[in-house]
Design a protein around this ligand. Structure first.
Ligand code: C5P
Length: 334
């Protein structure tokens, strides 16, 4: 893929990512709470990492016009030949593995609305970490936009007033769910920004970075299986409870991961949050128009806040394909 991707391409990636992420959340929750047999979520995280590795290798093979020899050479040079780079990629990868396991715990213990609302804390958390770790600078107006966006999404997601109620699970599991999700929020922000730093701070291609990352991802996810579900897996099998819908969760999770990496390369982690919010609003508007969905004032207010935030942030003008250049220790505005 060419440097300096077109706006249409960026919008396409953001739209696909959002649709995948939304369906992933709904389906993951459905398979954990409604379907009969409980599959082991640690195995799903592992299988998803393997699927991402498989897709990434296919893309690399396509980029090298089907030459397995060239792909092997490139990977050897970047994995065996650059152990330090490989080691650095273990950080976001392991943190993502923790995040992916925590979201399963969160979704298994909280109702969908509480989950969605709490998870939106990713937006300010990611913005703060982008400033601290990438030297990006946000104007006061952009900071206001970040918080307006967070408030807007919370209102939009809280349609029907169920946002603050916790209808599923016991009090104990509610605390477990919220704690897991809070950890997931920090992991999401930190791993996303760290991955962006490594990706944009070197010439190593996105797909090679992904192979490095998914190698660690597979290892740490496997460790998760061993530590948490090994006895169960030995008794019932690795793929116990895998219905076609669980495979769909794997497919959406892996596709979502790959698109996340593309979006981070061509835009940035903060914009990813803005796009996700805009898409939630757009999909709800589509449901109102075509499926007769009825929404209350909370949605109208939330949607207005999201739109206002996009303009306040100055989204169309912002180009963050490269990291801000640091001049004598201070970060430039991007
Ligand atoms: O919730 P959030 O947007 O932070 O989730 C990002 C997801 O994208 C994680 O599940 C992570 O495993 C995945 N990802 C990936 N490849 C990357 C970067 C992120 O699969 N290069």
């Amino acid at each position: 893929m060419a440097e300096g991707a077109s706006v249409v391409f960026k919008l396409y990636c953001l739209a696909v990512l959002t649709v995948m992420a939304a369906s992933y959340t709904v389906l993951m929750r459905y398979t954990r709470t409604v379907e009969g047999v409980r599959y082991y979520s640690t195995t799903t995280v592992f299988v998803t990492e393997c699927a991402k590795m498989f897709f990434t290798l296919c893309i690399l093979l396509k980029e090298h016009k089907g030459s397995i020899r060239k792909v092997t050479q490139e990977l050897k040079g970047n994995i065996v030949g650059k152990p330090m780079e490989m080691l650095k990629m273990s950080v976001p990868s392991i943190v993502y593995a923790i995040q992916n396991n925590m979201t399963f715990i969160g979704l298994s213990n909280l109702d969908a609305a509480t989950y969605q609302v709490t998870y939106q804390m990713k937006i300010p958390c990611t913005a703060l970490l982008s400033v601290m770790m990438l030297g990006r600078s946000l104007s006061s107006m952009q900071w206001i936009a970040v918080f307006v966006l967070t408030g807007g999404v919370i209102l939009v997601q809280g349609i029907g007033g169920e946002a603050v109620s916790h209808t599923s699970g016991t009090e104990g599991s509610y605390v477990v769910g919220l704690t897991a999700l809070t950890i997931a929020v920090f992991c999401s922000g930190f791993a996303g920004v760290y991955f962006e730093k490594l990706l944009k701070g070197s010439d190593t291609s996105l797909w090679v970075r992904n192979v490095q990352m998914y190698t660690w991802g597979m290892l740490s996810a496997f460790l998760g299986v061993v530590m948490h579900d090994w006895q169960n897996v030995r008794e019932n099998g690795f793929l116990y409870g895998y219905t076609p819908l669980v495979w769909l969760v794997v497919l959406l999770g892996s596709g979502g991961g790959i698109y996340t990496s593309i979006v981070v390369k061509y835009t940035d982690n903060i914009m990813k949050g803005f796009a996700a919010a805009a898409a939630i609003v757009l999909s709800t508007v589509a449901s109102i128009m075509f499926m007769g969905l009825v929404v209350g004032w909370m949605f109208v207010l939330g949607a207005s806040l999201v739109i206002a935030a996009i303009f306040l942030y100055g989204l169309p003008k912002t180009n963050t394909e490269k990291l801000p250049a640091r001049k004598s220790g201070t970060a430039q505005n991007v």
